[in-house]
Design a protein around this ligand. Structure first.
Ligand SMILES: Nc1ncnc2c1ncn2[C@@H]1O[C@H](COP(=O)(O)OP(=O)(O)OP(=O)(O)O)[C@@H](O)[C@H]1O
Length: 338
């Protein structure tokens, strides 16, 4: 293991002319000397280890694409440093490009009017992939991504799911160590999303690729990433595991308990809901938010009480027939961070 991506004190400012209002606004804007500074990325630092699968998330306009562009060397940072496997991507763009695969879900890197296979020939040439090597890799990718069915089809005729698979294969043709994915499942149906996710899991798990995934799809993040970085107004507001993020935000877990026959709450008659209770024989508290003749609905924060301790206590009120536990929705958690 070692650092694959190192980012230190990264900044990006954009200078955009102030748009004039009123008559001849367009022409006057052209001659304006007034500029507005937009700080799209402010002092971001992080390290991604070899073989990591990291999610990079944040609301629209937060600075995700700007960061990715600096990581790939397309944009020059206003301040700070980027190293991809020890190399500065802006100074050594070609060298770093050989190590990187990039997929922008919203924009294909394939040639619109050419058959898919022709795009691969051009890309293999650009990245100096030897013909035998290209054939071997396309055979492998073709199998994993099921490319054969549209091999001869012009890119413009592909379905969105096919186009995305074709683009992902294109990004891997030169066998890069690192993959940047920007919205790789956008607009896809459930089945197409699932096949792309499975492929990405394989790519990371079996082929050891380091992956940075940008997406608005929280299911992608939850199913694929070990770590997430949250960017908001150009600054990192969270960096760590999804588990820790859940704990930190502390949305309640909801536990529904069904009793066999009757049960007895440890409270006075006619107690009002929600009913706050302390755990017996352990640290912590939880709330009963509903109670009917055979069911109770409990809300508990993970930090405040362990589910097992709650169940042990509730087991004393009656005979438990069924337990249903609902973790807070990851989407809701993320909204709290944004
Ligand atoms: N070339 C540019 N010139 C001026 N401002 C820019 C430029 N590129 C991006 N910005 C601004 O920088 C901010 C960050 O944009 P960026 O595209 O990085 O956001 P994002 O997190 O990728 O958003 P989204 O989820 O909508 O794709 C925005 O306010 C955007 O308008």
């Amino acid at each position: 293991m070692g650092a694959m991506i190192e980012v230190c004190g990264l900044h990006k400012q954009f200078r955009t002319p102030v748009v004039k209002e009123g008559r001849f606004a367009g022409i006057r804007t052209l001659f304006t000397r007034e500029y507005r500074l937009k700080e799209a990325v402010k002092d971001i630092s992080f390290t991604i280890q070899k073989g990591d699968f990291v999610g990079y998330i944040g609301p629209n306009g937060a600075g995700k694409s700007t960061t990715i562009k600096m990581l790939t060397g397309i944009l020059h940072p206003s301040a700070g440093e980027v190293k991809i496997n020890g190399v500065d991507p802006h100074k050594h763009r070609r060298r770093v490009a050989q190590k990187l695969g990039v997929v922008f879900g919203q924009r294909s890197q394939l040639w619109w009017d050419l058959p898919v296979k022709d795009s691969y020939d051009i890309l293999a040439h650009m990245y100096r992939v030897a013909p035998a090597e290209k054939e071997r890799r396309l055979a492998e990718l073709g199998e994993l991504l099921d490319l054969k069915e549209f091999w001869e089809t012009p890119v413009r005729k592909l379905s969105l799911g096919q186009r995305m698979r074709a683009d992902i294969a294109a990004s891997l043709l030169h066998d890069p160590d690192v993959l940047f994915l920007d919205e790789p499942t956008i607009g896809l149906d459930v089945t197409a999303k699932r096949s792309i996710r499975e492929f990405l899991k394989t790519l990371n798990g079996e082929f050891g690729k380091t992956i940075l995934l940008t997406t608005h799809d929280m299911d992608d993040i939850e199913q694929l990433c070990r770590r997430v970085m949250v960017i908001n107004h150009g600054e990192l507001s969270y960096e760590g595991t999804i588990e820790h993020l859940r704990d930190k935000i502390g949305l309640p877990t909801v536990i529904r308990i069904v009793f066999r026959g009757s049960y007895r709450l440890p409270a006075q008659e006619g107690a009002r809901m929600p009913l706050q209770l302390r755990l017996d024989g352990a640290e912590g508290e939880f709330r009963i938010i509903e109670a009917s003749s055979s069911e109770v609905l409990i809300e508990a924060n993970r930090q405040q009480a362990k589910a097992m301790d709650i169940l042990r206590m509730v087991g004393g009120w009656g005979e438990i027939a069924d337990i249903h536990m609902e973790e807070p929705d990851f989407e809701d958690i993320i909204h709290r961070v944004y």
